[in-house]
Design a protein around this ligand. Structure first.
Ligand SMILES: [Zn+2]
Ligand SMILES: [Zn+2]
Ligand SMILES: [Zn+2]
Length: 213
């Protein structure tokens, strides 16, 4: 793509992609865009995939609605939604969170992260699409504005240890774990296969990376 074409795609994304859901443009939209700028849909797809952290929705996930699936969270719903949206925002490849950036396991959300360890890879994927959430049971009653909310149990336990010393961290963790229904895209970002759960998705993608070693 030329500079001009890239600029056009960028502006198109800024104007037409929904700010909240950040969902990947549909095939028809990409085709239309290709016609507009005299390029091929495949090139545009690749460019969008590499440059923007958009969520791919497929027929199997298009039924997912954050609010519908998580309505039972009640008063916490807004805080949880803000958290998840923040996770969906793409991070720059040099945002300082990564000291080591080599290895066969690559981020599938296009931020440039790489690692040598599958465990770290999965944890990283979950920074983009959190699967489990803890909303501190105690903080939530005291500070309505910003209760402690996190997608990693280890981080939650350390919050509990430092902020609620009189309580057993495991117990606070149990009281704080949300019944959160995470979004999950069944489509493999590397091959045409689909998977049934986040766990299967991760195992499947790890096998691709291991085939490359
Ligand atoms: Zn990433
Ligand atoms: Zn707390
Ligand atoms: Zn695959």
């Amino acid at each position: 793509l030329t500079k001009k074409q890239k600029l056009f795609v960028r502006q198109w994304i800024e104007n037409f992609v929904d700010r909240e859901s950040r969902s990947f443009p549909a095939n028809e939209e990409v085709n239309a865009l290709a016609t507009l700028i005299h390029s091929s849909p495949q090139i545009i797809l690749e460019y969008i995939h590499n440059k923007f952290a958009l969520t791919r929705t497929s027929s199997a996930t298009s039924g997912y609605s954050f609010k519908e699936k998580n309505r039972h969270l009640g008063a916490s719903l807004d805080a949880v939604e803000r958290y998840v949206i923040a996770c969906h925002r793409r991070r720059a490849p040099n945002d300082g969170r990564r000291k080591i950036n080599i290895g066969p396991y690559r981020c599938t959300y296009g931020c440039g992260y790489r690692t040598k360890r599958p465990f770290d890879w999965r944890r990283h994927e979950e920074t983009h699409e959190p699967q489990e959430l803890w909303l501190c049971h105690f903080c939530r009653q005291n500070e309505h504005q910003n209760p402690f909310l996190v997608n990693r149990k280890d981080k939650f336990l350390s919050h509990s240890k430092s902020a609620h010393k009189d309580w057993d961290p495991e117990q606070v963790s149990m009281m704080s774990k949300l019944d959160f229904h995470a979004k999950f895209d069944p489509k493999c970002p590397i091959c045409p296969e689909t998977t049934d759960s986040w766990n299967d998705r991760c195992k499947h993608i790890i096998r691709h990376f291991e085939d490359d070693i």
